[in-house]
Design a protein around this ligand. Structure first.
Ligand SMILES: [Cu+2]
Length: 174
């Protein structure tokens, strides 16, 4: 285990332990002990206990929310070095520009007609990433392309008789 894994394991164990202790505390303070079974329930005391636990639960939620709020990766997406637009139609891809400098690329993809698949293949023929192309809805696929060469885009969803011919390509330059 590396440092981060140890920290996560310790914190997780601590939170679990606190949860178990809390649960035992709730059970002990809200259930009537065997000695008190014969007596009337003290409604006022139980009511006070309920309020206290409700307040504690709220406090725990607020503390967890505040403590984790700034750790949420709100806008933590890759900053693209360039943008390419891809129009898919039966049965072709129109990719602009045809030459993209190596780096992080935002592919803005959209279909003119039916649903298509956007399968991005590296020069060595391996699938890099794929998304669905939806009619009239622009989707963004961000991908880091470091290796220069000819990349292929294959439609990965059957879209009609010419589906097997639906191949596009672009160059990644240094
Ligand atoms: Cu297709």
């Amino acid at each position: 285990m590396n440092g981060t894994q140890i920290v996560i394991t310790v914190l997780y164990s601590a939170v679990t332990l606190i949860g178990i202790v809390g649960l035992i505390a709730v059970l002990r303070t809200t259930s009537r002990s065997s000695r008190a079974k014969g007596r009337e329930a003290n409604i006022e005391k139980l009511h006070k206990g309920e309020n206290w636990w409700a307040l504690m639960s709220l406090a725990i939620v607020v503390v967890l929310f505040v403590a984790t709020f700034f750790g949420i990766p709100w806008m933590n997406r890759a900053q693209a070095d360039s943008t390419a637009t891809v129009r898919a139609l039966q049965f072709a891809f129109i990719i602009q520009p045809a030459q993209i400098p190596a780096g992080t690329v935002d592919f803005k993809v959209k279909s003119d007609d039916v649903s298509h698949g956007f399968g991005l293949y590296a020069p060595d023929g391996k699938l890099v990433k794929q998304i669905q192309i939806i009619p009239d809805v622009e989707s963004t696929m961000t991908v880091k392309l470091d290796t220069p060469g000819t990349y292929k885009i294959l439609c990965l969803e059957f879209c009609g008789v010419g589906h097997h011919n639906m191949v596009g390509q672009f160059e990644v330059t240094k």
